[in-house]
Design a protein around this ligand. Structure first.
Ligand code: GSH
Length: 203
């Protein structure tokens, strides 16, 4: 069985949990407390030298890190990843956008506000991230104004990837009410079969 080393509050981990659940793939969830340094122990660093969750361990023992690489791997050959070459590249385009322009501003603001003691350095980081996070949400709003989903007019891993931290962006101090098209898309993603919330864990 696939093992997923993960932390329930993590949107990066949620992406993988959501896809595996929607694919009907069983997995074992190994919960790690990354706030207590559990991802930095010598044992875990053997599995992922980058010391971060999520980390998938395949049935043959091979480890795969980086949430979006996992989405790409598990979605291959399924309806969650288009076959068309350009559509596939567009899925990647949005997943790279998420990791460069969206997650480093929105997810990290949420992390600072909810999981750390605020101090001057963190306040300054929040101030710097706010316009950048809003810029990412503006890009999504523009794109979704006349589209149902991010790519190929259907639900793909590009939607799963961007849903993970967009749906909790308010926890990072971002006003989602400014974004009607993004909100309508969040609702469409939520109504996909097999949708689970971020704090769901397998039995
Ligand atoms: N780019 C990575 C980011 C992973 C990441 O930042 N993981 C955080 C939790 S969301 C973590 O493990 N932090 C613990 C640490 O850095 O020690 C991905 O998409 O998987």
């Amino acid at each position: 069985m696939i093992r997923l080393y993960d932390y329930l509050a993590s949107g990066n981990g949620y992406k993988v949990r959501l896809l595996l659940h929607q694919l009907g793939v069983e997995f074992e969830l190994i919960e790690m407390d990354n706030l207590e340094g559990e991802t930095r122990t010598p044992e875990f660093l053997e599995l992922n030298p980058n010391g971060r969750i999520p980390l998938a361990q395949l049935p043959d023992g091979t480890c795969l890190a980086e949430s979006n690489a996992m989405l790409f791997y598990f979605a291959e050959g399924t309806p969650f990843l288009p076959d068309d070459r350009l559509d596939k590249a567009k899925v990647l385009q949005w997943m790279f956008f998420e990791q460069y322009s969206h997650e480093p501003n929105i997810a990290t603001s949420r992390f600072i506000l909810h999981y750390t003691e605020i101090d001057d350095e963190r306040r300054a980081a929040l101030k710097q991230k706010k316009p950048l996070g809003y810029a990412a949400l503006d890009v999504m709003e523009q794109h979704l104004k006349d589209r149902r989903f991010m790519v190929a007019d259907r639900y793909t891993i590009a939607d799963i990837c961007l849903y993970a931290y967009t749906h909790v962006a308010d926890e990072g101090g971002f006003e989602l009410s400014r974004y009607p098209a993004v909100n309508a898309w969040l609702g469409r993603v939520r109504s996909e079969p097999g949708h689970i919330p971020i704090d769901w864990r397998p039995e």
